[in-house]
Write a protein that binds this ligand. Structure first.
Ligand code: FES
Length: 170
């Protein structure tokens, strides 16, 4: 066993994979090999990191950098970073990134609705933040929201879970 200088985790779970993550992982691994830096930079595939709507995502350790929306075209710049150059700021996902701000906005409004949102209102609210009903479905699958009956009416409601509160509360 040895310790690399950088460890790169490429999410190749379903949603990232649908957007080309396997190509990104394969090409990145190839670039590392071609440059002869595979002893210093280890590239692994990994399962979801719960940012499925903005993938393909990769995480770089020990830098603690998350790149989102990565394509094979971004690999030369990412390689520069991995070899000691600057972080590729335009790909960085941070608390102030547009995607994160939109998610935070959705959850802040959804949380203000006691008892949760009827599904059609959840879809409408998502739309105002630039998300579609597929995004709602994905957030439900990832455990950021849950479908539960309203305590009084028993009607279907989309509720924000503790996982989302912990992640998106100010
Ligand atoms: S599939 Fe990649 S973050 Fe979920």
């Amino acid at each position: 066993m040895y310790w690399t200088k950088k460890h790169v985790m490429v999410c190749t779970a379903v949603h990232c994979n649908q957007k080309g993550a396997m190509d990104v992982a394969g090409r990145l691994r190839l670039a590392v090999l071609r440059k002869g830096v595979d002893a210093d930079i280890l590239v692994n595939n990994c399962g979801t990191i719960d940012l499925c709507d903005c993938g393909p995502n990769i995480v770089v350790y020990p830098d603690n950098v998350i790149y989102n929306g990565v394509t094979v075209k971004d690999i030369p710049e990412i390689m520069t970073h991995l070899e000691g150059g600057p972080v590729v700021e335009r790909l960085v996902l941070s608390a102030t990134s547009e995607d994160e701000v939109r998610r935070k906005g959705y959850y802040a409004e959804a949380l203000s609705r006691e008892g949760g949102l009827p599904p059609d209102e959840a879809d409408a609210l998502a739309a105002t933040h630039g998300f579609d009903d597929q995004w709602i479905a994905e957030q439900l699958r990832r455990g950021f929201m849950a479908r539960k009956p309203h305590p009084d009416s028993g009607e279907d409601r989309i509720q924000v879970t503790k996982k989302a509160k912990d992640r998106y509360s100010p």
